[in-house]
Design a protein. Sequence first.
Length: 371
Amino acid sequence: MVKRTATGVGMALLALALLALPAQAARVKDIAQLSGVRRNQLIGYGLVGGLAGTGDDPKSAPYTPEAIVSMLENFGFKLTPAQINVKNFAAVMVTADLPAYANNGDPLDVTISSIGSAKSLEGGVLYQALLKGADGKIYAAAQGQISLGDKIGGGGGGGRGRILTTGRIPGGALVENSVPSTILDDQGELHYNLHQPDFTTAAKLVAAINKAQGSHIAHADDAGRVRIAVPDKFHGDLVPFVSALENLDIEASAPAKVVINERTGTVVLGANVSILPVAVTHNNMTLTFGKDIAAPGAAAATANGGNVPLQVQGQPTTPQPTTAAGSLRGPTTAEEAALGLNKMNLAPSDVIAIFEAIDAAGALQGELEII
């Protein structure tokens, strides 16, 4: 099934990336994750002070002065919202990720984002904010000077100014409560979940584990999960067993996929992509893929334009002004297509249009995804 999603609108200079390299072995830890070893998202409400009059407007954000009064009451002050200079404060949400096996006192990076009408958080200080998990329990507390970062660059060499209502505090939170990580299920088995579910990769993972352990301890439930029975000698001492498993090398099965980023003009060709014999005419040029399409004849470009035949070939030579002759034997591989198209100095819009046409004709042997 072909997946088409178009979200980008601008395009930069073409960058044709090629993943059609010989298959490489990958460690289990790089293609799969052990079930139970996961990060947890934390969130909390906080106040940022010390702003130079760029904070919330009390009319549009009445909760900000109320929060300030509530905070000061903890220190024995009796104030009303009308007595607070809200322009120097901003209400924010604070988020962080709590990694697996984090211990009390470990630092976490936090992100702060304004939820009121503040124009800028520059120079602001986050007052202690308690961060909760999905279960409503407090796992960390955040506080510190906010950094807004440098200028943010856009795709294609463009750029835009800093976002003044979002900032970070590196190491700004401290873990107050750790999350127990349980990697064994009720039957005492481990589960590895593949990052990219694939039946072939799952089968190779099972075979590699069983071969390394010398027994049939691994079984694939489906394309995305592999179960592993822990040998008796490793019960109570899982670390060396898991370490041995995650460092096994297997050859992952790469999908046949073409990914095009319309915003940056980047085209990525998967290792197993191929193009059946087909001819594409686009913007006064003709490209042929595969051996069954007749090679262009003696057509030549005229001074004011015309049909310029271009032949994509496995071993491209220096292109001639009007044609690059030659033909392919069988389907065009991703490597051959990349080499040929890179020689032609095509605009990103041309490359995208060509791949869309090839896919529409049913000649693209793989999935086309436009992001």
